[in-house]
Structure formats: C-alpha cells, structure tokens
Ligand binder design. Structure first.
Ligand SMILES: Nc1ncnc2c1ncn2[C@@H]1O[C@@H]2COP(=O)(O)O[C@H]2[C@H]1O
Length: 650
C-alpha cells in the first residue's frame, strides 16, 4: 500500500514534468492515438526539432555523410575497387542521395520556436529554411554533379565531392548526441578517434595515388610494386597505405626516408598535419581527463587537499587513517555526499523530481513518512543532506545540544551507554533518530540536549535534516509533528525523562493553554472595566461639583437682586420728598435716571452681579463645555480602550 503511494508520488512528479497533456494522454490514450493517426495529414506534417524522431533522423544522417567522406576518396584512389564494385557503389550512392533529399524535405518542415511556441505555419517554415545558410549548403550538396559522368566516365566518383557539404548536419547530430549521452567523455574520445580515422584514411588514399603517380616500387618510400603478388591484393594495398599513413600522422616515424621532391612535399605536409593531430589528441585527452577530475571533485570531497591539510597540521596517524578509510569507502562504494550542490543549478521542480526518485527507497521505509502528505515529502527531500559515518564513529553524544535529526539510509547504528559498549537498541535502514532534542517536547527533562549516544556499527549512510528545516516544515504539518513528538515521548517515558504532569497529556495541555488564554483575556477585560468605572466616577464627580457651584452662584445672585430692589424704593421716596421741597428737583432726577443703568452697572461690579451674569454665560458655555467634556471624556475613553487593546496585542 505504501509502495503504491510512493509510486503514485513518483508518477505525479513525471506528470508535472510533462504537463497536463501527459495527464490527458494517460486518461484516454487509445482514443487519442486513433485520432492522431486519422488526423495525420502529410501535407501539413511538421517536425519538432526537440522531439525524439528528429534526433533519430539526425543520427541516421550520420551514415550517408560518413559514407561519402570515406568512400568517394577511396574509390577515386583505389580504382581497382571502384571498377570491381561499380554497381554496388552506384546503388549506395543513390540511396545516400535519397537520404539527402529527405533531409532537405525535413528542412522545409522543421518547426522553430517563436516566443517559446512552435511555429507550424508551412509558409513561414519554408521562408525561414530558404533564408538560412543551411539551405545553401543542402542545395549545393544535392547538385546533380553525377551528370559529369556523361563527360568524364562512370569511374570518376570525385565528381560527387559536393556531397561533403552536408557535413554541418553530421556535426549537429554529433553535438546533440554529446549533450544527450550519459558518458560525454567517452563520446568525445570516440568522436576524436573517428575524425583521426577519416584523416588517416584520406592520407592513405592520397599516399596510394602519389605512389601510383611516382610509380609503385620506384623507391623504398612509395608503395611497393603491385605486380609483386605480396602487394597485389587490393585489401593489402589499402592496409599497407593505412599503416604507412598512421606512422606519419601519429609522428611515430620509422618510415623510409623520402627520395623525390613529391615525397618530401607529401611528408612535410603530413608532418604539419601530424603536429596538429597530435596537439588536438593531447588537448582533447587532457580535456577529458580534467573534466573527469572535475566531476570527481564535485562528486567527492577533495581528498588530496584534506591529506595535505592533515599532514601540515601534524594530525595523529590514527586520525589520518580514519580520514583515509572514510575517503576510500566513498570512492569504492561510489557514495556521493554532495548531491544537493551538484543539482543546485536545476529548476526546483526538477531537483524535487530527482530527489524524490533518488531518496524514494529510503523514505518509503521511514514510518513517519509513510502516511504523510506528498507535499511534506517534497519539501523534506530537498533538505536532506547525505552523510557517511565510519565504523565506531559517534553520530551524537548524550548531553550535546541537538541541531539535526537523522534518517538511516543504509547501515546499522546502536544506542549505546556512556561506556560505548552496552547497547540499548540497534537502529537500521528506515529508522530515524535525534528528533527528541530538536522538537522541544514539553516535559522533556533534557531540553535541547541529546538523550543518548548513537554510534555507527559499520559504515552507515544517513540523511541529516537540520532543526531549522524540520521546524519550518513541521509548522505547516502539525499531524506529522504530533507523530514525531509521540515517538519522542515514548522514548522519554521509557527513560523516565518526561515530567509526570505533561506525560502524554496533549489534550490536557491544550485545555490548559485555552484556560490560560481565557484567564489572560478576562484579566485584560477586568482592567478595562475598572478603568472605565473610574473614568465614569470621576466625570460624575466633576458634574456634581459644577452643579453645586452653579446652585451657590444662583443663590448669591438672587440675594443681590433683592437688595438692589430695596435701595431703589428708598431712593424714590427721597426723590419725592425733594420734589416737594425743591422745584428744581426735576432735572436732577432725570440726570439720575439717566445715570441709573451706570449705577446698576457699578453695583453689579461691586457685588459681583456681572460675575453672576458672566457665570450664566459661562454656565451656558459651561453646559456646552460639559457636553464637550463629555465628548472629550468619551474620546478619552475610546483612546484609552484603543491603547489598552494595543498594549494587549503587544
Ligand atoms: N532507546 C532508544 N531507542 C531508540 N532510539 C533512541 C533511544 N534512546 C534515544 N534514542 C534516539 O537517540 C537520539 C539521541 O538524540 P536525541 O535525544 O535528539 O533523540 C534520540 C532518539 O531519537
């Protein structure tokens, strides 16, 4: 069941790569295939240069091109062979020509990408091909130069020399093969050998022709007399020439010294070519070796460098031996510890797909990952770091601070006592450990310290997962976290290192947390309420005081008004008496009448009458103010509340 789950994940990765089209294909493959075959319209048929069949076609094209490169010169120089097998040669020639024609047709129908989308418009493809330099070479290589046979005779295969002009296509094929092959270095060496072979072959053919021109057996340098039965056979002729050519071009030497000028010229030209060949062979081999070394350096940590360091630091022989053994183990067993670095330039989806397929067998055995979500696994696989431990080496020691947990890919590890011998448990493939100290399990008496010593019994391959990576991942996957914690708690309980109150009480913990949170909120609310009540009380008190003040002021004002009225009555009586006694009293009274308001005003000033009026105004104003105050107090309350909220939030 678990395996099928993993298989599904793996398939899903592939589906991602190939996009939704693949998905649909899987759903209805037969129907689609049928549709495709019925729909395939040769007139509108387009070839996609990224497809497999285009690649295959390129590989096929290597054959006719190579044929022309090798056979045309061969037939030209070794005329006996040309004459003997003329029908075969002509058949092969025209088969090759057919391939050339097909390749040209394909050129007209090869789609190209515009803004990442394959252009399928035939007229556009045609235009593009005809404008390309490839078209010119293709047409030149197809020119019917064979018609010259009519003039020069059938045994002049050199008229087909324009067929070499298709070489660009062969280079394209070889380049593509080099990119796609899993053994690029071997391929490069093979390609170099092919070029050298063709060169030696050409040289051999020219040597034979030159010997013929000078005269077979004319001197020790040229090809021996073909009338000699030993050198008469065509096969012998070719092999002798090839051997002679190899001697010269590989600068092995040991060839008879030239005697004639033509021979000197030929040899000098050959020597120059030989220097180039030698240089390119040495250079290419050097490239291959250094690229192999580069690969090794990326695959495996640099042993030479570490060796030098250990020597210079005078590290003990015993420790040096341990390091050397570790390196040896990596090399012999082809263990790669720097996988993440090697793949870092790939897009993340490809990295995940590779990591899933590489780590699939191991992770499928890890119990906690067997039922977890695919996305969790995807996140985890990219964070795993391969590590190799030697026999007897400690992966972690009791009391150390834990920084990572481990998953066992291969090998056996023991949970050992401090003496290093007594084994409490043996962990194997698919087991994991080191999670307790990095999970912050509640009630764990050892905190973030390792609870046990873990020792590698033999060589063991582990994946380490850092605390940060694990915590970050588990934040989004609480179920997986609970599972890990549960396992940790079981071990801690066995060891008696889990505090009683917290023992397996996940639910209780939750409730306690909730209660604590509620209590905290309640406290905050109570504080708010108390503050509001205090504010209210203070406002009420202020209001009371103001009302009292107003009352007092009103009372005072009434008393003054009463006093003022009594004085006026007395004054009038006095005036009446004066009117009776004094005839001029009229004018004065008028004066006094006119002055009356001023007197009132003065009075008011004297006994605080204006103040009371002012107070009245103030009261009106005061009422407004009290309204404002109320509003302000309200505002203040709101402000206080907001501040409280903010404080609570903080
Ligand atoms: N008895 C045990 N059986 C299996 N694993 C154990 C046992 N005791 C400790 N471990 C593991 O050893 C690890 C040591 O480091 P940690 O304490 O982080 O986490 C510990 C557990 O994962």
């Amino acid at each position: 069941m678990n395996t099928s789950r993993w298989a599904r994940l793996f398939t899903w990765q592939h589906m991602n790569k190939n996009g939704e089209e693949e998905e649909n294909k899987e759903q209805e493959p037969k129907e689609k295939k049928k549709e495709e075959t019925t729909k395939l319209n040769w007139k509108e048929w387009i070839i996609d240069s990224s497809e497999e069949y285009y690649y295959t076609w390129l590989q096929i094209m290597i054959l006719p091109i190579c044929y022309n490169w090798v056979i045309i010169i061969f037939r030209t120089c070794f005329y006996a062979i040309e004459e003997k097998f003329v029908a075969t040669w002509l058949t092969l020639d025209y088969i090759c020509d057919l391939f050339y024609v097909l390749d040209t047709v394909i050129g007209f129908r090869t789609g190209f990408l515009e803004q990442g989308i394959l252009v399928r418009d035939l007229s556009l493809l045609k235009k593009r091909y005809m404008r390309s330099s490839r078209f010119k070479w293709d047409i030149a290589s197809l020119l019917p130069t064979d018609l010259l046979y009519l003039k020069l005779g059938i045994h002049t295969p050199l008229v087909r020399v324009n067929r070499f002009l298709r070489t660009g296509r062969m280079n394209e094929a070889l380049d593509r093969m080099e990119t796609r092959t899993s053994y690029p270095n071997t391929f490069r060496v093979a390609k170099l050998m092919l070029y050298i072979f063709v060169l030696i072959h050409w040289n051999a053919c020219v040597y034979f022709s030159l010997s013929n021109y000078i005269g077979f057996g004319a001197d020790p340098w040229v090809y021996p007399n073909i009338s000699d039965p030993e050198f008469a056979a065509t096969r012998r002729q070719y092999f002798y020439c090839f051997w002679f050519s190899t001697l010269i071009l590989t600068t092995v030497g040991d060839t008879p010294p030239p005697e004639r000028e033509e021979e000197y010229l030929f040899l000098v030209a050959d020597m120059l070519i030989a220097v180039l060949v030698f240089a390119s062979v040495v250079g290419s081999m050097g490239d291959v070796i250094s690229s192999l070394r580069d690969r090794d350096n990326v695959f495996f940590p640099n042993h030479e460098l570490v060796k030098g360091y250990l020597r210079s630091r005078r590290i003990s022989k015993e420790l040096q031996k341990r390091v050397n053994d570790w390196y040896q183990h990596l090399h012999i067993n082809k263990k790669i510890t720097r996988e993440n670095e090697i793949l870092q330039h790939l897009p993340i989806t490809l990295q995940t797909a590779i990591a899933v397929s590489v780590h699939l067998p191991t992770l499928s055995k890890v119990t906690i990952f067997q039922n977890c979500e695919n996305s969790l696994l995807e996140q985890l696989v990219l964070k795993l770091t391969p590590q190799v431990y030697s026999p007897g080496e400690y992966v972690c020691k009791k009391g150390d601070v834990g920084h990572e947990m481990y998953i066992i890919k291969e090998g056996k590890l023991a949970v050992v006592a401090d003496d290093g011998v007594t084994q409490f448990a043996v962990l194997g493939e698919g087991n994991f450990f080191g999670e307790i100290s990095i999970l912050n399990i509640k009630g764990n008496k050892s905190g973030n310290r390792r609870t046990a010593n873990i020792r590698s019994i033999g060589y063991s391959d582990l994946f380490s997962l850092s605390k940060e990576d694990l915590t970050e991942t588990l934040l989004e996957y609480p179920a997986a976290k609970r599972l890990l914690e549960e396992k940790g708690r079981q071990i801690l309980t066995k060891m008696g290192m889990l505090e009683e109150t917290d023992e397996g009480e996940g639910e209780v913990e939750k409730t306690e947390d909730k209660v604590k949170r509620l209590e905290a909120s309640l406290e905050a609310l109570q504080t708010k309420l108390a503050r509001l009540i205090a504010e209210l009380e203070s406002t009420a008190r202020k209001m009371m005081q103001r009302v009292e003040q107003l009352e007092l002021q009103t009372e005072g004002w009434e008393g003054i008004v009463a006093e003022g009225a009594q004085g006026e009555i007395e004054e009038r009586e006095k005036v009446k008496e004066r009117e009776i006694g004094d005839g001029e009293g009229e004018g004065e009274r008028k004066k006094e009448d006119e002055e009356e308001p001023e007197v009132e005003g003065e009075r008011g000033e004297g006994d605080g009458g204006e103040e009371s009026l002012g107070e009245k105004e103030k009261n009106v104003g005061g009422n407004e103010k009290s309204e404002k105050e109320k509003e302000e107090t309200g505002e203040e309350l709101i402000k206080t509340e907001t501040q409280d909220q903010k404080r609570d939030e903080i």
